[in-house]
Write a protein that binds this ligand. Structure first.
Ligand code: SF4
Ligand code: SF4
Length: 384
């Protein structure tokens, strides 16, 4: 770490408030946030103290702690004063990102540069954005189509997770849905970019995607990632979005209920479900994925500890997916143990970030024989 910049001042407090940290004024220092934050089960993470330092203007902008928050919302849900702690964390990131002074994790700097230059976190070319669909016969979206499918950058470019997008495509084709993808004209939704404090970049991504969606005539957008869902549904209306946004689990359940998806084969395994924070706590979608799983013939469903509103984060929100987390501090490792602990053979989820983290944990923990990581779309595709 470099030299600390500690500035005790009223001006600093005002600066934090202007950057979006105004919720600090409501905090009465009860400490419930610290007690709830999952980081404190693996390392010290003094949320209450950090907020107190912000209230006093005694902030160290070189402190890496501001970058640990995974924006899981567990603390916000228990705060008796409704302090939006995520907004505070975001404000404390906007200052070093905006001013270019203070600590910003290097992997995140690189990721943000990649997104700014190429529209995706991996630094891959735009032309490769639709390569995940090779051989599947997916069409380019046209205004006459029922649905536009937005895969998210992770399944689009990551060969280990493109199984999410490929399975969903198989399902939509088998169900004879008139759908298409936008491909190279689309960019990262920017959800993590905003949480990582780069507001200007988020706004430019939102404006660019909105111009594309309008030009193409998108009326219904189905997405794989809860992060894309959150951005398009809750943040893009600031930029004029008026199309319908559905997480793919919502769309699949609708198709199952309408009889357009026939579940004919059996999935004879014990399955548990991990709630992604941006589907569950951020958007209150807890039952939809569970109902799909319960409808799969032969499947035995079981819950883990810390599920639904109390779900343990996978560790990938708030830009953390692009940073390395030390072994011994990975929430995803704890989740794998919890899934095995309830006797599940399959840990199902519905988020590319969760899949990335769980796949990595299974590999590094050498637990591949004990538990499989599956996206819900994969399970549905297999029983059709
Ligand atoms: S739970 Fe809310 S009021 Fe209590 S210390 Fe945390 S932010 Fe402050
Ligand atoms: S949002 Fe989650 S990770 Fe961030 S401070 Fe709150 S509980 Fe901790």
């Amino acid at each position: 770490m470099t030299t600390s910049i500690v500035t005790p001042s009223i001006e600093t407090v005002e600066f934090i408030k202007e950057a979006g940290g105004a919720p600090i004024k409501s905090c009465y220092q009860c400490g419930l946030c610290t007690g709830t934050c999952p980081w404190n089960s693996v390392r010290s993470f003094p949320v209450r103290k950090m907020i107190h330092e912000a209230q006093l203007g005694l902030v160290d902008f070189e402190d890496e702690n501001w970058w640990f928050c995974v924006t899981c919302k567990a603390c916000v849900n228990v705060c008796p004063r409704n302090v939006n702690i995520i907004d505070v964390m975001r404000a404390m990131r906007r200052i070093p990102v905006g001013l270019g002074m203070g600590y910003v994790p290097e992997p995140l700097r690189i990721t943000l540069k990649n997104i700014a230059a190429l529209g995706n976190p991996m630094g891959e070319s735009r032309e490769k954005r639709a390569n995940w669909a090779t051989g599947l016969g997916v069409e380019t979206f046209a205004a006459s189509m029922e649905v536009a499918y937005f895969s998210c950058c992770v399944p689009a470019y990551d060969p280990k997770t493109n199984r999410m997008a490929r399975s969903l495509t198989n399902i939509l084709k088998k169900a004879k849905i008139n759908f298409g993808i936008i491909g190279s004209a689309e960019s990262c939704c920017g959800e993590s970019v905003r949480k990582a404090g780069n507001e200007n970049l988020f706004q430019s991504l939102a404006q660019s995607n909105m111009a594309t969606f309008k030009e193409k005539g998108v009326k219904q957008l189905v997405v794989s990632s809860p992060h894309c869902y959150h951005a398009f549904k809750n943040e893009y209306p600031e930029f004029g979005a008026n199309f319908e946004v559905l997480h793919y689990t919502q769309y699949l359940l609708k198709l199952i209920q309408e009889g357009r998806i026939k579940l004919s084969k059996e999935h004879n395994k014990k399955v548990t479900y991990h709630d992604p924070c941006y589907l569950g706590r951020h958007n209150n979608i807890y039952e939809t994925p569970r109902e799909i799983l319960r409808r799969l013939p032969g499947l035995e469903f079981t819950e883990m500890p810390e599920s639904a509103a109390s779900s343990l984060c996978c560790g990938g929100g708030g830009g953390r997916i692009w940073e390395e987390t030390k072994r011994g501090e990975r929430f995803s490792d704890i989740r794998i143990e919890q899934a095995i602990g309830v006797g599940a053979r399959v840990l199902a989820t519905a988020c590319p970030y969760c899949i990335l983290n769980f796949d990595d944990s299974v590999l590094t923990m050498n637990k591949g024989d004990a538990v499989e990581i599956r996206d819900i779309a994969e399970l549905v595709d297999e029983v059709m």
